[in-house]
Design a protein around this ligand. Structure first.
Ligand SMILES: [Fe+2]
Ligand SMILES: [Fe+2]
Length: 282
């Protein structure tokens, strides 16, 4: 059972006067990545082929991710009536393929590793939608972000609980878990988000340039965050790795993550400002 449906969103409260074009551009990208969740559900079904409980949970999870995409896409089309979600998503599907779609075993080396990687993604999405909802002034988007963030926190718990179960069998070390977590976080600058930002915001005739697209996306997305959003994500990440999500190590990690985000944001902003493109200008 989904926890909410698209029609539960108070669409009649949409207020065009409260739109922020930077946020509209981010929502277009998010809509496509989320809708693509069905492919990840297929992959998880293969990796956990003999675990019917997890497979059923993964199927429900992927349907919720697709709903996030459909709902965000509907909001973006309201915000920008010229925007064609179906056409943009078709471009995205044609040009971007999950690199793990053909794998039968987890690309993380173990099922525990796979579930840790999923925890990283859900830590990121839960903090991101919390941040986006707090930054947005448009009331429907604020409510939508609240609903989606609540799902993402639940998704984290789902993958975390299954990860603990597999950890008892596979017993991978904290250091290995740390390595998997770091590599999945690093992948956020790969093509998945960058290409979605490009397809959502650049005209079809514009060439895709990864450096421009990821800078366009990240410079805007990172601007949404306040310290409290990142701090919560760091706590979740540490919990998934097996480190205490409070205390001195946590405080140092949270401050370090904030410094890193500010540094990266400044770097991405410089890229956008130095080389204006259809993406940078959208
Ligand atoms: Fe989602
Ligand atoms: Fe999620």
């Amino acid at each position: 059972m989904k926890h909410w449906r698209i029609d539960d969103v108070p669409w009649d409260r949409f207020d065009r006067t409260k739109l922020d074009p930077q946020i509209v551009a981010l929502v277009k990208a998010a809509a496509m990545v989320e809708r693509n969740g069905i492919d990840y559900g297929t992959y998880l079904n293969r990796v956990f082929v003999d675990d019917p409980d997890f497979r059923a949970a993964a199927d429900r999870w992927s349907l919720e991710e697709v709903q996030h995409g459909d709902t965000l896409g509907r909001w973006a089309a309201l915000a920008d009536p010229e925007w064609d979600f179906e056409a943009a998503f078709a471009r995205y599907k044609a040009g971007y393929h999950l690199p793990l779609l053909d794998a039968d075993n987890s690309v993380r080396g173990s099922r525990t590793g796979e579930l840790i990687a999923r925890c990283m993604v859900e830590s990121g999405t839960s903090s991101y939608y919390s941040a986006l909802g707090d930054a947005a002034e448009e009331p429907v988007l604020r409510e939508l972000c609240r609903l989606i963030a609540a799902d993402e926190f639940r998704h984290f718990k789902l993958f975390y609980d299954h990860m603990r179960r597999y950890l008892k069998r596979e017993r991978i070390s904290v250091l290995q878990r740390l390595r998997i977590a770091a590599s999945r976080i690093g992948e956020s600058e790969d093509d998945e988000l960058a290409y979605a930002f490009y397809c959502g915001n650049a005209p079809p005739e514009a060439a895709y340039q990864h450096k421009q697209a990821i800078a366009g996306y990240m410079s805007r997305a990172m601007t949404m965050y306040r310290y409290r959003h990142l701090e919560r994500a760091v706590g979740m990440i540490m919990k998934a790795i097996g480190l205490p999500p409070r205390g001195r190590i946590f405080a140092v990690a949270a401050r370090g993550a904030w410094w890193l985000m500010c540094t990266r944001r400044a770097k991405f902003t410089r890229v956008v400002e130095a080389a204006p493109s259809p993406i940078a200008g959208c």
